[in-house]
Design a protein around this ligand. Sequence first.
Ligand SMILES: [Fe+2]
Length: 187
Amino acid sequence: MFDSGVLIEACQEALKEKAPSLAAKEVLERLMGGQLGSEPFGPVEAGGLTAIHRSDDLTILHVVWAPNMSLYPHDHRMWAVIGVYGGQEDNTFYKRRSAGVGLEMVNGKSLGEKDVVVLGDQVIHSVTNPRRAYTAAIHVYGGDFFATSRSEWASPEAPEQPYSVEGAMKAFADANERAKELLREDA
Ligand SMILES: [Fe+2]
């Protein structure tokens, strides 16, 4: 049985290290390797974000991407560590255009099961679950993910605007509706 308290405690210890994001990466690698208990969570049946822990200096989220879901570009303004424990999460990274509005693509990285990556505090990314199945991950952030003001872009061509938690929740709700149809087609 997975004990989220063990994960929280290990991440809190990571914050005391000289390089907290790298220490948090090691924690998620241990989690993915089964060294912090068994499978983090049971079967997932809906996309969404669930806070496992939230404080001023640390947020731990259980993130489930709905089948074929995409989340528009956004930044975090704090380091993040992403560990995928089921499915696939494709990240596209951007930078602000030097002139005009919007973003230009820098590169991309596809994360599969048991992949763990660190994202720096300046990173701007969009995320896609390319599979017709749920993708499940643990995200660790070096700050209060919900209270920090940051930016989003409705598309790479769109102007920068304040990130909206409600907007992200709606993206998950819409993706869950579409997922029901996709999974019905596949049944
Ligand atoms: Fe993100």
